[in-house]
Design a binder for this molecule. Structure first.
Ligand code: UDP
Ligand code: MG
Length: 344
């Protein structure tokens, strides 16, 4: 029987976890799919991990990992993929917005031979023209500028990847990267299914405008040097125009009386100064990410994890010992399925 690893990043989703588990079990068991559910708690403060630990005690197919800080949902997904043991793996958000029934569709397409199966919501159902416009622009840039052509037109909400693609994804150890863009960029044979995204039942979206902007910049800097090239082109054009203008004003100086010309100078200084600052900012985005990559820091840090998860993990992953943990200790006897010692 096919084994599917379901990866769910989870940040303060305590109320959704039990109903989601029940729905996953019901839907996938009925479809005859063998599964494991790896829930990566991105350092929730609402007790989500206690619920995950409880669920994994009653159902060993549920595996929990708690990260030592809020690393963001993409790093949480990368972490889950590191531990996935299935023949294929799919991501599913933990907020009940994505119905587990779509997993059955994804597996069906995978059995037809596709290595990557995207799930895309029927329409951009979320509120607001600004949000829609930004989402469209984001996916257009992704496909046209950064050449991630396999990204569905309306974007993707979930994906399933085959084991071969999974192994490849695990090889990319970048720290600032979108998991969706990486999967799209690897360009395996792919297809897309559409589904009806549900409304959030509990809590609210954790994705602020700042986080979305960072993901956007991560996606560009992660796969493209276009902004740096654009800077060179703009810089060269400005220099050429400046040179021509210099010739013009020199000739003008020699032939006619020159007016003061404050306005043109002020405009030029402001425009060129602004352009230079913007370009420095673009360089800064690349440099900051380069710095992240050259620092020998762990990619993510695990505070606790289920003992049912395989232990050998990549060199750039740190697993804290009980004494290194900063959160409240779990009362004795309550965490029997959560390993206390690395190598336990
Ligand atoms: N999430 C996470 N870490 C974060 C923010 C979000 O693991 O720092 C999880 C969240 O619990 C959810 C998924 O990522 O399962 C998608 O987040 P959310 O629903 O807030 O985003 P939206 O659906 O609004 O894009
Ligand atoms: Mg959501």
């Amino acid at each position: 029987m096919t084994k599917l690893s379901i990866i769910s990043p989870c940040y303060n989703e305590r109320q959704s976890l039990r109903p989601l588990h029940a729905e996953i079990a019901e839907t996938l068991d009925r479809a005859g799919i063998d599964w494991e559910w790896i829930v990566v708690d991105d350092h929730s403060s609402d007790g989500s991990f206690e619920v995950i630990a409880e669920l994994s005690r009653s159902d060993p197919r549920v595996r929990g990992i708690r990260l030592s800080g809020n690393f963001g949902s993409h790093m949480a997904m990368f972490c889950g993929l590191d531990f996935a043991s299935g023949e294929c793996a799919a991501v599913l958000t933990a907020d009940l917005e994505d119905p587990p029934s779509v997993l059955v569709e994804l597996v069906k397409k995978w059995t037809e031979g596709y290595k990557v199966v995207w799930a895309s919501r029927n329409e951009r159902q979320r509120a607001g023209w600004l949000h829609n416009l930004m989402a469209r622009a984001y996916y257009l840039i992704l496909r046209r500028v950064i050449a991630i052509r396999q990204m569905p037109r309306n974007g993707a909400d979930l994906f399933l990847i085959d084991r071969t693609a999974l192994e490849l994804v695990r090889g990319y150890r970048d720290r600032n990267i979108s998991v969706f863009s990486l999967v799209g960029w690897l360009d395996f044979p792919h297809t897309t299914v559409s589904f009806e995204k549900r409304k959030r039942q509990f809590g609210s979206s954790k994705w602020s405008l700042g986080r979305r902007a960072k993901l956007f910049i991560d996606t560009i800097t992660g796969f493209s040097h276009f902004p740096i090239r654009a800077m060179s082109i703009i810089g060269a054009s400005c220099a050429a125009l400046g040179f021509l203008y210099a010739i013009y004003v020199t000739i003008e100086y020699m032939i006619v009386q020159v007016p003061p010309g404050w306005t043109s100078i002020a405009v030029l200084v402001l425009v060129l100064g602004g352009l230079q600052m913007l370009m420095l900012g673009v360089l800064g985005e690349y440099f900051a990410r380069m710095l992240d990559e050259v620092r020998p820091r762990p990619r993510y840090i695990i505070e606790r994890m289920s003992s049912t998860l395989a232990r050998p993990i990549a060199d750039d992953v740190l697993l804290l010992t009980p004494r290194q943990r900063r959160d409240e200790p779990v009362p004795a006897g309550k965490s029997s399925v959560m390993a206390d010692e690395p190598g336990e």
